[in-house]
Design a protein around this ligand. Structure first.
Ligand code: ADP
Ligand code: MG
Length: 632
């Protein structure tokens, strides 16, 4: 190692501090070099510069492995620490989130060695800590911690070990042991020890360099000339995901209350967002369709709207299927002499359609008698037969209608058959004894007018006035794509009301989501940023041991991923539950499209998580390791 013109100036608000002033020396490839000096003489600064933990002034040269680590790239300096340097600090600087064997194994992992079990065991054996692998850092004495630090430094077999007052916090016996260990490992590497203990230096040092006020005032072997070194390969550090995850998830245990509070508010905000999005995803057509399903509205009457030409029955049959489509022609209705005794019985058929054997079979309609074959024959439905029988003919048996002559408008028709369309009239039983025209009566008339249940069937028809269609999603989709048509059934009126309600729910949950969202986002970001500051020291140590920015990012990414994942999963579940609950309350599935809001939720949560781990990282990228460690 060749050091020339090495200077370091700290720029403070109160002025400049020249901690090192033009230091020149050449160091051997093995042996123990002691740096002595009073407090404040620049020893730590020197060590931090030589190990690439801190950046030197312009013009300084530290040549290691054929490279000047002062001017090389940040990535190369990370690589230098990773592959060449081991560290032993006065305050041990172990990572509390990891246990003993993980702390020791970390430097090997960073070098890309996954299988490090035996190497870690050997290193622990060397520092006489066999069997301590699973201990937590907090369960060790000072001397034991320092020996773990030495094990961590030597496990990767570095070319240089830097030790800053390694015995400063230890009693003299333990200190002696640590010194012996360091002396031992200096046989095949350079060990640079900073100390203010002259006795130790004289006992264990191969060379003693003394500093004062940032200058070398004595050097035991000042004339030493370093051997020219070959260009070394600095290994790019790699932090395994498992270790990053372990460090990343450790804050959850450290701040459970803050975590719970953050999660609670975030989940609330994102659930509201999910509900708002679900509500806005509901098109009128979607609401209508779901309302039709819920109301049991089997048929819709589709009629031309703003359209001068008659409705195109063939075109409609192409879209909805021949068997689901009934072209309808309105007539003047059945001539009734008897006044209807109730609302129920006032529903006499008014319209004609054509029924075929095939349509009847597909719709599972049963035919009593036969289908009409001539222009003066017709069939009626079983439902109409009951009313016509009682109101027109005074018969209680519907079957007795077959063979009778029915006057429709001014023409006479012979009834040749009764078609059972399986109409469920039970919901309208209340109308059997009432003449009041209430909501139920309205629903009743619309339901029948838009269905096949009270049509009359003839053998042939001319141009249709409207088309009765068996409801599918295609019906509402068809309307959406074709504004010439309007649909008419009992549910349409309700759907309009539902649309209003959903809009209101969407607006309110949207407003609440925005309000809670601001708080939740701030809280979530604050949590991530705070846990970042909590761990400056651990991160600095990680960086000192060779981890690069990508490695630190991984730690935060894991943390953000875990917390965002929890928020996403919980809000998704509650969003789905909330939408289902509202469906239950309204009695229809108008929050049917909520699953489309889940990907959107995911993106929102992921974006915040990403900001939460990128934001703090931007600051740390520009800092040196020592700045990160000392940040606390
Ligand atoms: P030693 O390790 O020998 O006690 P240091 O290298 O820590 O000495 O410090 C050398 C000088 O640089 C001291 O005057 C100290 O106040 C100053 N110094 C060290 N670190 C910083 C810093 N981060 N910012 C400003 N001044 C510093
Ligand atoms: Mg110091």
């Amino acid at each position: 190692m060749r050091i020339s013109n090495l200077s370091k100036t700290y720029r403070l608000k109160s002025g400049e501090v020249r901690a090192l002033n033009d230091v020149n020396m050449e160091l051997p490839e093995n042996g123990t070099v002691f740096i002595l000096g009073k407090s404040g003489s620049g020893k730590t600064t020197l060590l931090n510069l030589l190990s690439g933990l801190d950046s030197a002034d312009e013009g300084s040269v530290i040549e290691v492995g054929g490279k000047n680590i002062v001017t090389c790239s940040r990535a190369e300096r990370d690589g230098y620490r990773n592959s060449h340097c081991g560290f032993v600090f006065q305050e041990y600087n172990l990572i509390p989130e990891l246990d003993v064997k993980e702390n020791v194994g970390l430097s090997l992992e960073l070098q890309g060695n996954k299988d490090n079990k035996s190497a870690v065991e050997n290193a622990l054996k060397l520092v006489e800590l066999e069997g301590y692998g699973n201990r937590k850092i907090t369960e060790l004495s000072g001397g034991q911690k320092q020996r773990v630090a030495i094990a961590r430094a030597i496990v990767k077999d570095p070319k240089i070990v830097f030790a800053d007052e390694p015995t400063g916090a230890l009693d003299s016996d333990t200190g002696e042991m640590v010194m012996k260990l360091l002396k031992n490992i200096s046989k095949d590497r350079l060990v640079i020890i900073v100390s203010h203990d002259k006795e130790f230096a004289e006992k264990y040092g191969d060379r003693i360099i003394e500093l004062s006020d940032g200058k070398v005032i004595s050097d035991g072997d000042g004339e030493y000339s370093a051997v020219e070194q070959k260009q070394a390969e600095f290994k790019k550090p790699k932090l395994p995901l498992k270790t990053a995850f372990k460090m990343g998830s450790s804050t959850f245990r450290a701040h459970p209350i803050r975590l719970v509070f953050t999660l609670l508010l975030s989940v609330m905000a994102f659930t509201l967002l999910g509900v708002a999005v679900s509500a806005s995803l509901n098109s009128y057509e979607n609401i209508l369709y779901n309302a039709m399903i819920a109301d049991g509205a089997e048929y819709s009457a589709v009629y031309g709207y703003n359209a001068p030409e008659p409705i195109d029955i063939v075109g409609a049959a192409d879209v909805f299927g021949e068997e689901n489509t009934f072209g309808v022609v309105r007539t003047d209705g059945i001539a009734a002499n008897n006044p209807a005794p109730s609302v129920y019985d006032s529903i006499l058929p008014h319209s004609f359609a054509v029924m075929t054997e095939q349509k009847a079979a597909v719709n599972r309609f049963t035919i009593l008698g036969r289908l009409p074959t001539r222009g003066d024959e017709l069939c009626i439905t079983a439902f109409s037969a009951d009313i016509i029988g009682r109101v027109i003919f005074g018969e209680s048996e519907p079957e007795s209608i077959v063979g009778k002559v029915l006057t429709v408008g001014d023409r006479d028709y012979t009834v040749v058959g009764i078609i059972d369309t399986r109409f469920d009239a039970v919901p309208f039983d209340g109308l059997k004894n009432t003449t009041e025209l209430g909501g139920l009566a309205e629903l009743y008339s619309i339901t029948l007018e838009c269905s096949v249940h009270n049509l009359m069937f003839v053998s042939e028809l001319g141009e249709c006035d409207l088309v009765v269609i068996k409801n599918t999603r295609a019906v509402t989709a068809y309307l959406r794509s074709n504004d010439r048509f309007r649909v008419y059934n009992a549910t349409v009126q309700n759907a309009e009301k539902y649309t209003e309600q959903i809009k209101r729910i969407g607006t309110w949950s949207g407003v609440l989501a925005a309000v809670f969202g601001v708080f939740a986002t701030l809280l979530l970001l604050n949590f991530l940023l705070q846990s970042f500051t909590d761990r400056y020291r651990s991160l600095g140590i990680l960086k000192a041991n060779g981890a690069n920015t990508a490695g630190l990012f991984k730690v935060f990414f894991c943390e953000a991923a875990v917390i965002s994942g929890i928020v996403f999963i919980l809000s998704s579940i509650i969003t789905v539950a909330a939408c289902e609950c509202m469906n239950a309350v309204f009695g229809i599935a108008f929050f049917g499209a909520y699953y489309f809001s889940l990907p959107l939720l995911f993106c929102a949560v992921a974006a915040i998580g990403l900001v939460g781990c990128v934001l703090p990282l931007r600051g740390i990228m520009r800092m040196t390791s020592i700045e990160v460690i000392n940040r606390e």
